[in-house]
Design a protein around this ligand. Structure first.
Ligand code: F6R
Length: 244
C-alpha cells in the first residue's frame, strides 16, 4: 500500500524523509539501510549528516546496501555511484566503509556478482529502502519492461535515462555509460519499508502512473502498489497530478 506525503518544497520533502530514517536509525542500531544515488536523496543525506554531527544518531553498527552502479566506470571516477556515496554520505558519518555495499560494475563475471549481490540482500534484509524515480518510471535501473521478479542484473540503460544523467557528465550523453548493474524489483520489494522521494515537474507523470496507473512492467515503480509499507514523499511539482 502506498501512503502519500505532500511537501511544498524539496527541503521539506527531505526533512519528512529523514523523519522516517531517524525512526529506524534510533530504534535499530544494527539496521540495514537501502540507499540510492542521484539528485533526489542529497537533501535527505544532508539531514542525516547534520543530525550525526549534532551527536543525535550513530551509524557505527549499520550496514548499507546501494541500488546500483554503472558498468565500466573506475571506482575513483567522480561519477561512479561509489564515489557519490562516499562524497555525499559515507565520508561524513561514522558508518564503517567495510559495511557499505555498492554493486561492482567492474566484476569480471558480472552474472555471478549479480547473483551474489541478491543473495547478500536476502541474507541481510533491508529495514528501510530509499528510492528515487526516473522520469520514465524506473526505480533503481529497472527500466520499463523489466520483469517484476528480476533480481540483481546487468541492464542496458535507456536513451532517456542516459540523457537525464548526462548532466553529471559535462552534458555529454556519449560520456554516460551504456550499462549498469542494478538491484532487481524483487530485491527492492523484499525491503521491510520503502521511502520513495520525487521532486520536480519532470517526475509528475511517472509519479501519477506509479500511484494510480495499472500495475505493469511498463511503469516499473507501479509494483510498489503491492508492497505493504511504502511512503511516497513528493514536492509540489512532482505531486502535481496527485489528489491531496
Ligand atoms: C539511483 C537510482 C535511480 C534514480 C533515478 C532518479 O541510485 O537508482 O533510479 O533514483 O534515476 O534520479 P534523480 O534523483 O537524479 O532524479
Amino acid at each position: 500500500m502506498i501512503v502519500l506525503k505532500h511537501a511544498k518544497t524539496y527541503e521539506e520533502m527531505s526533512k519528512i524523509a529523514y523523519s522516517f530514517v531517524k525512526e529506524v536509525v534510533t530504534t535499530s542500531p544494527n539496521a540495514t539501510l537501502g540507499l540510492a544515488t542521484g539528485s533526489t536523496p542529497i537533501g535527505l543525506y544532508k539531514e542525516m549528516i547534520k543530525d550525526y554531527q549534532a551527536g543525535v544518531v550513530s551509524y557505527k553498527n549499520m550496514l548499507s546496501i546501494n541500488l546500483d552502479e554503472y558498468v565500466g566506470l573506475p571506482v575513483e571516477h567522480p561519477e561512479s555511484y561509489r564515489s557519490f556515496m562516499n562524497n555525499n554520505l559515507f565520508n561524513h558519518i561514522d558508518i564503517d566503509k567495510a559495511n557499505t555495499n555498492v554493486p561492482n560494475g567492474l566484476a569480471e563475471d558480472i552474472e555471478k556478482a549479480c547473483k551474489d549481490y541478491s543473495a547478500f540482500i536476502a541474507s541481510h534484509p533491508i529495514d528501510i529502502q530509499i528510492l528515487g524515480i526516473g522520469g520514465n518510471g524506473h526505480i533503481a535501473f529497472n527500466e520499463p519492461g523489466t520483469p517484476f521478479d528480476a533480481i540483481t542484473h546487468l541492464v542496458e540503460l535507456k536513451e532517456k535515462t542516459r540523457q537525464d544523467n548526462a548532466r553529471f557528465f559535462d552534458g555529454d550523453i556519449n560520456k554516460v555509460p551504456t550499462h549498469a548493474v542494478t538491484m532487481g524489483l524483487k530485491d527492492i520489494m523484499s525491503a521491510k519499508q520503502i521511502i520513495l522521494l520525487a521532486s520536480g515537474a519532470g517526475k509528475a507523470e511517472a509519479v501519477r502512473d506509479m500511484v494510480y496507473g495499472k500495475m505493469s512492467p511498463e511503469c516499473p515503480a507501479s509494483i510498489l502498489q503491492s508492497h505493504p509499507n511504502v511512503i511516497v514523499i513528493v514536492d509540489e511539482a512532482a505531486g502535481y497530478y496527485l489528489k491531496a
